[in-house]
Design a protein around this ligand. Structure first.
Ligand SMILES: Cc1cc2nc3c(=O)[nH]c(=O)nc-3n(C[C@H](O)[C@H](O)[C@H](O)COP(=O)(O)OP(=O)(O)OC[C@H]3O[C@@H](n4cnc5c(N)ncnc54)[C@H](O)[C@@H]3O)c2cc1C
Length: 324
């Protein structure tokens, strides 16, 4: 019997975990992503000698199912522990015992490893979908099309809903309302190469939780950057909302000024990344969602706890529903 083809939009953590699970059950998953690389919000960038994790910074493993995955990654030298607890400037953040893991070479390294031996089409932004005679076709901006018996959408939900709407595919009102209420906060990430080491204390992670700066990391101390003083600055969600449309060089300069007390060395160069959808604000604990009538599923961090762990668990849950 021919196995169903599963088309997965998004090669972030949820799409990759779903694809691996489906492949091991004998399905033929096809991943399509608009990015130049896999990983989505698990993003690592290199410039001028520095390496920067500029999306997700670390992950915890609180569930048994995810701990088992992380164990496999650790045994394969893909993930390592970065620190435990949560360093803040006043040391006032209660420290929990959970280890914080990072990708050995950066966060994207984990996604690349998960993507090995999977079929992934990169640089393909899906602009329109059609569902006809029980099959899905996804049409990309570059003019290519991808088909599947089932479609799994793992983009941030507002993007998936826009895509469905632009394709004339209507969801029933109650579902539309539930999915339509899901929201994510924005975030600016500044990647800066300093002229010398930063003053971010070991382990190179600082939960600032200020009105402007929310998080600081020193990617050299983290162990992923060969260059000293390559820092990542994350804005707070409120600050990103207020400054969302401002020119990126102004945003970068403002965030670096706010972070200056922790930097300790002049900034040589910087780049800014604007994340429209960084972290879910109101996650629902559904695992994933499947509309059997039209072979359509949704997965992603917002369906299971809002983080990398949730994205992985959601992808696995979506795959289980498709396999059963
Ligand atoms: C700044 C920042 C800091 C974070 N910090 C942490 C942290 O420290 N710890 C933690 O656990 N989590 C953190 N997160 C959240 C974490 O990154 C996410 O929970 C997780 O990576 C989400 O995975 P996902 O697969 O659900 O979605 P994504 O990673 O967003 O994957 C969705 C994919 O869909 C693709 N896509 C979207 N639209 C289209 C389209 N039309 N056509 C083709 N492809 C499309 C995207 O390119 C993307 O690759 C952070 C996120 C950000 C942005």
């Amino acid at each position: 019997m021919k196995m169903k083809q599963i088309l997965i939009l998004g090669a972030g953590m949820s799409g990759l975990c779903a694809a691996r699970q489906l492949k091991s059950a004998g399905f033929e998953p096809i991943l399509v992503d608009k990015g130049r690389g896999v990983g989505g919000r698990m993003a690592t960038r290199r410039f001028e000698g520095g390496t920067f994790d500029h999306g997700a910074q670390f992950f915890t493993a609180r569930s048994e199912e995810f701990r088992a995955l992380v164990e496999e990654w650790r045994e394969s030298n893909i993930a390592v522990e970065w620190f435990a607890g949560y360093p803040s400037p006043q040391n006032d953040k209660p420290s929990d015992a959970h280890p914080r893991f990072r990708g050995e070479s950066g966060m994207t390294g984990i996604a690349k490893w998960l993507a090995r031996d999977l079929t992934v089409h990169l640089g393909e932004e899906i602009e329109r979908l059609s569902f006809q005679n029980g099959r899905w076709t996804a049409f990309s901006r570059s003019g290519n099309s991808f088909e599947g018996d089932e479609l799994l959408l793992t983009a941030p939900v507002p993007q998936s809903l826009t895509l469905l709407r632009n394709s004339g595919i209507e969801l029933r009102e109650s579902l539309q309302n539930t999915l339509g209420s899901l929201s994510y906060e924005p975030c600016f990430a500044v990647m800066a190469n300093l002229d010398g080491p930063s003053q971010i204390p070991p382990p190179g992670a600082l939960y600032v939780n200020g009105e402007t700066v929310w998080w600081l990391a020193d990617n050299f101390q983290k162990g992923i950057s060969p260059r000293e003083g390559s820092v990542t600055v994350h804005s707070s969600g409120a600050w990103a909302t207020a400054h969302y449309e401002e020119p990126q060089n102004e945003v970068g300069a403002a965030l670096l000024e706010a972070a200056a007390p922790f930097l300790g060395a002049p900034v040589e160069s910087f780049e800014v990344r604007r994340w429209r959808y960084s972290k879910p604000e109101n996650p629902v604990e559904m695992g994933s969602f499947r509309l059997r009538s039209i072979n359509l599923s949704f997965a992603g961090d917002i369906f299971q706890g809002a983080k990398i762990e949730g994205a992985a668990l959601s992808g696995l849950a979506a795959a289980r529903k498709l396999i059963s």
